[in-house]
Design a protein around this ligand. Structure first.
Ligand code: F6P
Length: 534
């Protein structure tokens, strides 16, 4: 990327815009917001508070063209094995009708089957020993947890089925606290694991099976590509729902991994969730790059990360029900594009995936926003908000949205020393105090943000929003030339934990090694843990 002509053009744009403030850019071009706002129906992306302009965006679109984004997208849609390190196609779009599934996969039949099961649980046709299912406990981690857990919270007003609980952590407290107060004879446990070997999930599934006792045989279901593993665990075939190796874990909420969610919201709304994602797929496939929402979101990310050198992004939904959206996007983005080599194995020549983090507004305003406004680093912000509240007080929603917009304004335009001086003088403050406090009370501004706005948070708009981020991640991976669909980086920790378990569980003596397996520091910590456990 860095050696290409297209990249040099982006750099030149960055050098031109670097010294220009957002204040100046807005003052000079009154049509800026119109030019830098794009929409797909009600879903609107306002890029005008980013430190770029139409010419810079054009250079970025040229970069996407030069990087072959469109042809890589087409290769994904055509089912070519673009996940090269694992030799797999990447076809999560096929789960929602956004691409063709491989012949004979039976996507619609599988969908119909798990939705039928979800409806049977909701209606009581599938029940527990003690009567209709009152609670569903989803056991899974990473992509087998974050999607349905995030979506279940987001769509809480739509949940007219059993209560949903999500257990991921191998910390036994997670399962214990989630099961507390539940009736084992009216609880369905859904074990979600693509591989059905993940340590955390298998440990929690075994404990949940024990907790269910005699009810286990009829009150467990599983979602996996490892059908043999499910059978060995003792889950009957009619309660096992499969998916395919061409669906990555962090892209799997559209598959039967969404079963718990479907039990909560019902089949019709689950289909609306898929339809929302399919609408974004269509747009991603058909819209020209310069009007293509995921492409533009990705390019703004490239601009922030590579042209401006900002290493993190704060993702701030002004929506309490999207409280787990930052965590969801963290996995989606950081597990996909946290890569240091290109497809051919050579080191990337530029920074790749940024650190994504965030919390819902307005809570975040009262914790870390101070640093965003006046700290020494620039942290670009992605605001996400719905225009209308759902099952919430409209007056509160006005307060919420006013705060969202105000934060974008404050970040972009700040408050100059002159403004602070004038305000303090008008309030009758003595000159000496004004001089002392002006540096503390003024805001540099010029801090970028993107606002993502839509009408209302429902199953359709949530599906569309997730797909927007999925495709954004894809486009950035294509430009950086990395494989966004493997995750070898999580393997080493898993292997090392496996070697440490006997020492911590059974008290066997670990052996010091010269390799990274059990080093002196780790041995020291094991000793200290044992001491503290005595
Ligand atoms: O953390 C690595 C990872 O493989 C994720 O990609 C995945 O979502 C998660 O573990 C869970 O894996 P599984 O669904 O196989 O249990």
């Amino acid at each position: 990327m860095t050696t290409s002509e297209a990249w040099q053009a982006v750099r030149a744009e960055a050098a031109r815009l670097e010294p220009r403030s957002l204040r100046a850019l807005f003052a000079e071009d009154p049509s800026r917001t119109a030019a830098l706002t794009v929409a797909l129906d009600d879903l609107t992306l306002d890029l005008s508070k980013e430190k770029l302009d139409a010419a810079a965006l054009r250079a970025l679109v040229d970069l996407a063209e030069a990087a072959g984004v469109a042809s890589r997208r087409d290769a994904m849609v055509a089912g070519r094995p673009i996940n090269e390190t694992e030799g797999r196609a990447v076809l999560h779009m096929a789960l929602r009708g956004g691409a063709e599934a491989p012949a004979g996969a039976g996507v619609e039949a599988t969908l119909a089957r798990f939705l039928e099961f979800a409806e049977a649980v909701r209606s009581g046709a599938v029940a527990g020993r003690g009567g209709a299912i009152a609670d569903v406990v989803n056991i899974g981690i990473g992509g087998s947890d974050l999607g349905p857990a995030m979506a279940a919270r987001a769509l809480r007003p739509d949940n007219d089925g059993p209560r949903l609980h999500f257990v991921s952590n191998v910390d036994g407290a997670h399962l214990a606290d989630s099961l507390a107060g539940l009736d084992p004879e009216r609880t369905l446990v859904v074990v979600c694991s693509k591989t059905f070997t993940t340590l955390e999930t298998m440990a929690n599934a075994k404990l949940a099976r024990d907790w269910l006792g005699e009810a286990a045989a009829g009150q467990m279901a599983a979602v996996s590509t490892n059908l043999e593993g499910c059978a060995e665990f003792g889950i009957p075939e009619e309660r096992v729902f499969g998916f395919w190796d061409w669906v990555g874990g962090r892209y799997s909420v559209w598959s039967a991994i969404g079963l718990s969610l479907a039990i909560g919201i019902g089949a019709a709304r689950f289909r609306a969730f898929l339809a929302g994602a399919a609408a974004m797929d269509r747009h991603f496939r058909e819209a020209p790059l310069e009007r293509n929402l995921p492409v533009l979101l990705a390019l703004v990310g490239i601009w922030r990360r590579n042209a401006m050198g900002w290493p993190t992004v704060a993702l701030i939904p002004y929506d309490q029900r999207l409280e787990r959206f930052p965590a969801y996007v963290q996995q989606l983005d950081m597990e996909s594009n946290g890569k240091r080599v290109r497809l051919d194995g050579s080191p990337v020549g530029e920074a790749t995936g940024p650190v994504i983090w965030g919390e819902p507004g307005t809570n975040a305003q009262h914790s870390f926003f101070q640093l965003l406004h006046q700290g020494s680093d620039v942290v670009p912000v992605d605001f996400v908000a719905a225009a209308r509240p759902r099952a919430a007080d409209p007056e509160h929603h006005a307060l919420l949205l006013a705060n969202c917009l105000a934060q974008g304004q404050a970040l972009a335009f700040g408050r100059t020393a002159e403004e602070v001086e004038a305000e303090m003088a008008a309030a009758g403050k003595p000159t000496e105090e004004i001089a002392r406090l002006v540096p503390h009370r003024s805001f540099p501004g010029d801090r970028p943000s993107t606002t993502i706005l839509f009408r209302e948070l429902d199953a359709f708009s949530l599906g569309r929003l997730i797909a927007l981020f999925e495709h954004k991640v894809f486009v950035q991976g294509a430009i950086w030339g990395v494989n966004s669909f493997d995750q070898w980086g999580v393997e080493l920790g898993k292997a090392l934990a496996g070697r440490l378990i006997p020492a911590l569980r059974d008290g066997t003596e670990p052996e010091a090694g010269t390799d990274a397996s059990i080093d002196a520091s780790t041995l020291g910590l094991i000793d200290r843990i044992r001491e503290l456990q005595r």
